[in-house]
Design a protein around this ligand. Structure first.
Ligand code: NDP
Length: 350
């Protein structure tokens, strides 16, 4: 069996960190993108971050092939000869979509396409990137959430993205249940919180929006909500560990540190980057003002259900089973901001 790993959504933030770690670990990697001819573009992003040895092997060990989550085309060829699949591709909108099916259909049907192709091709294990969005939304936040919890897609204040991740993950587990007993394929699910940490290029995913907005002082003060966050390098490491750890089979893993208020992120940015000309707001934005801003600002609208909410997620399983020792809030925040400055995503205000 070859040691080729398929990584779906190779143009994405977390996927590229997974690909880096896979190449550095000596795997051959095939990525997918929605369109043809993306190999060189992604290789150019990865190259500066790779070990010398992996960089030299990049040309022969890395390619990107075309496959869209909304079409059957390309998936059989993409999984052919792969031992493992990391399925990360999924829509991550930065504002609520007009029609929630725009997000739900690619997330659910895409996961099923990948699993179907993988099981037919004899893939050993698929690691699916779900989210805490599939664990603690549409529910009272009155207890410590564990991997036994599921978001309620009919509950109050649950958005299209959270629905899409819940529906896609449930569909994936149902697909696994439907496999013939002789099928050897295994599934592991990683459920990250909000992902911070260093960008690899000047592209930033939706999860970079908050740090970018704070550095650019796009908001006069900080909305009152908290997130469970995690460094992208730890999310990638969790995917690699999930791929090869025998006991991980058939399990989901919450992947985040304890929750922190957005104002803590703002304070770290103000302390570290204030002297460099970034006027980061640290005051609290009154809730009524966020509600007003949300009338015209779609991104603010996405945050409304989280106002004043706290969330406690138990990350002991990923530490215990996958040996993850996640980086702290300061490290993930500062490294994301530094990379945004390095790539010119943000510049100090004059
Ligand atoms: P990105 O937006 O950077 O990456 C998403 C990837 O999915 C991109 O490569 C994108 O391709 C691809 N994609 C979207 N729609 C389609 C489609 N129809 N067909 C094929 N590919 C598609 O996001 P992240 O790297 O942050 O997220 C990766 C995964 O992690 C997602 O499953 C997300 O839900 C999950 N996650 C992310 C968190 C975060 O805070 N970032 C938190 C928890 C989970 P293209 O470049 O062409 O748009």
């Amino acid at each position: 069996m070859s040691e080729t790993v398929l990584v779906t959504g190779a143009t994405g933030f977390i996927a590229q960190h997974c690909i880096l770690q896979l190449l550095d670990a000596g795997y051959q990697v095939r990525g997918t993108a929605r369109s043809d001819g993306r190999t060189q573009e992604v290789a150019d992003i990865l190259a500066p971050h790779l070990s010398d040895q992996a960089r030299q092997r990049l040309r022969q060990d890395f390619e990107v092939v075309a496959a869209d989550l909304t079409s059957d085309l390309g998936w059989d060829a993409a999984v052919a000869g792969c031992r493992f699949v990391l399925h990360l591709a999924s829509p991550l909108p930065s504002s609520p979509p007009k029609d929630e099916q725009e997000v739900i259909i690619p997330a659910r049907d895409g996961a099923l396409r990948v699993l179907r192709a993988a099981s037919t091709a004899g893939v050993e294990r698929v690691v699916l990137t779900s989210s805490v969005a599939a664990i603690c939304f549409g529910r009272d936040r009155d207890h410590l959430f564990t991997e036994d919890d599921w978001s309620d897609i009919d509950g109050p204040n649950i958005g299209a993205y959270e629905r899409s991740k819940t529906i896609a993950e449930r569909a994936a587990w149902a697909f696994m249940d439907s496999l013939a007993p002789q099928s050897r394929m295994e599934l592991v699910v990683i459920n990250p919180g909000l992902v911070l940490g260093p960008l690899l290029s000047r592209e930033w995913s939706t999860s970079g929006e908050l740090v970018k907005k704070l550095l650019e002082r796009d908001v006069p003060a900080v909305p009152d909500f908290e997130f469970a966050m995690v460094d992208v390098r730890d999310v990638a490491a969790a995917h690699l560990a999930a791929m090869v750890t025998p006991e991980a089979s058939g399990q989901r893993f919450i992947c985040c540190i304890e929750s922190h208020a957005m104002r803590e992120v703002a304070q770290i940015l103000a302390d570290e980057f204030g002297a460099k000309g970034f006027k980061v707001p640290t005051g609290r934005l009154p809730n009524f003002l966020l509600r007003i801003v949300a009338i015209w600002d779609k991104q603010a609208r996405l945050l409304l259900p989280e106002i004043g909410q706290s969330v406690n997620l138990d990350n002991s399983k990923i530490r215990r089973v996958l040996g993850l020792a996640p980086r702290d809030l300061h490290e993930m925040t500062v490294s994301m901001a530094n990379s945004m400055i390095q790539y010119g995503v943000v510049t100090p205000r004059r």
